[in-house]
Design a protein around this ligand. Structure first.
Ligand SMILES: [Zn+2]
Length: 190
């Protein structure tokens, strides 16, 4: 695949020699200059990358009320996890774990933006500030365990609600992002 023409069908980003390594610490296998195996921005695998400029488009005006509610909740779930990872990257002791959390935070926020776009929503939600101190994450292990629980929750959310979604493209996107969260479970439990 000619790298100059790679586009992520899920998030719409162009992947090139300047950005292929972004968020590398959030992946078990790494992109290289010669081989792109996932989108560095939203994390989906290469089956969701196109070389003809094609992307997934969703007409939100055709989505039913229930689907919109499910997507709206997915926006919030991803922001909630993205925010947790941002704080976790500050709380973590080791630099390796800090980098993993920082990359995960950016990826989850990208997921929130994907849902926000396909749902055709108007105002990006602001979540209330969460005080993570009260959870007493004393070690990186405790943070990684909390991360794993969140990822499992995200996977079960996508896997449960995709059956209620009638729009095939939205189902494809849910499947793609669920796969990303499944890799995050492996990453945070290793
Ligand atoms: Zn992407």
């Amino acid at each position: 695949m000619d790298m100059e023409q790679i586009k992520c069908m899920v998030c719409g980003m162009n992947i090139n020699e300047k950005n292929f390594y972004i968020n590398n610490s959030a992946f078990l296998e790494k992109n290289t200059g010669d081989k792109i195996i996932y989108c560095p921005f939203c994390g989906v695998s290469e089956i969701y990358l196109s070389n003809d400029g094609q992307t997934y488009t969703v007409d939100s005006s055709l989505l039913d009320e229930n689907t919109l509610k499910i997507i709206d909740h997915a926006v919030k779930l991803e922001i909630f996890n993205g925010d947790f990872y941002k704080k976790a990257s500050e709380m973590a002791r080791s630099n390796e774990v800090k980098e993993i959390f920082s990359a995960l935070s950016k990826i989850e926020m990208f997921h929130a933006k994907i849902h926000f776009r396909i749902g055709g929503f108007n105002n990006f939600p602001k979540l209330t500030e969460i005080d993570y101190d009260k959870y007493k994450y004393d070690t990186d292990k405790a943070l990684l365990e909390a991360a794993e629980i969140r990822e499992k929750h995200a996977v079960s959310y996508y896997d449960k609600y995709k059956h209620e979604v009638k729009d095939k493209t939205v189902v494809n996107i849910f499947n793609a992002l669920s796969e990303v969260e499944k890799e995050h479970i492996l990453l945070t439990s290793k």
